[in-house]
Ligand binder design. Structure first.
Ligand code: GTP
Ligand code: MG
Length: 224
């Protein structure tokens, strides 16, 4: 680490990331997507390596204890890092429930939230989103009018009461509480492209085809 990076890190406040991993991976055939491996590393390990360049703790948002046990071995790869688990209260309520559990567990006012099936999350973009969110309720990438990346965004704890209200109204979309918050910063994808021209940071793996497209022969390696 050079002096410039060191002084930048000293200045900033404690940062948390929440990795959503409580889904069932139905479109992939019920696999644990975070544990898919290519080039000898799981998606989760890659993601944690990238996140720990810019955050101080990571919360793995899982549905229950048996899922925690499956993901637990990844902690061995990060012996000096702060990694905790949180659990859904509502069963199969989707990513919004995972965000709620994560924000409750987070030690920071602002947390970067991403899906656990994103192998190429770019630390520079995470850094940018934290900077944009500072003093605001959230910072969310926006493609164009009403197209967003809500599972690659920074949220403050102010989202929590809005999540409660959304659930009370029977709304489970992540954007439902977002649009109720007063001070959300939208970060244009054109700005993100300056750091990540191919926007690999948003890549997520939903289907076997996604996996094949991304890593060519990975299909063989994971035995699908
Ligand atoms: N904690 C938690 N995370 C979830 C839940 N549902 C989805 N996620 C996570 O949210 C992210 C985005 O969800 P999807 O891409 O739909 O993943 P998925 O639900 O496993 O996949 P499908 O079953 O194919 O929809 C993934 O990282 C999931 O693991 C949930 O009920 N609880
Ligand atoms: Mg899903």
């Amino acid at each position: 680490m050079n002096k410039k990076t060191e002084s930048k890190e000293q200045k900033r406040s404690f940062r948390s990331a929440i990795v959503l991993a409580g889904g069932r991976g139905r479109r992939m055939g019920m696999v644990e997507k975070a544990l898919l491996e290519f080039e000898r590393k799981t998606i989760l390990e890659r993601l944690l390596e990238n996140l720990f360049r810019v955050v101080d703790e990571v919360i793995l948002s899982v549905r229950d204890n048996s899922q925690k046990e499956k993901l637990f071995p990844v902690l061995d790869k990060f012996p000096d890092r702060e990694i905790r688990f949180c659990f859904d209260s509502l069963e199969d309520a989707g990513p919004l429930e995972g965000i709620r559990a994560g924000l409750l567990e987070s030690r920071s006012e602002n947390s970067f939230v991403c899906a656990g099936d994103m192998p190429f999350v770019n630390p520079e973009i995470v850094d940018l989103l934290f900077e944009k969110a500072s003093g605001h309720d959230a910072a969310i990438p926006r493609w164009e009018e009403r197209m967003f990346e809500p599972l690659h965004a920074v949220y403050s704890k102010k989202m929590l009461p809005e999540i409660e209200k959304a659930f009370e109204r029977g709304k489970h979309s992540v954007l439902a509480p977002v649009f109720q918050m007063q001070d959300v910063v939208f970060v244009e994808v054109s700005e993100i492209r300056e750091f990540d021209p191919e926007l690999r940071t948003f890549v997520n793996i939903n289907t076997v085809e996604d996996l094949e497209n991304m890593i060519g022969h990975a299909k063989e390696k994971v035995g699908l």
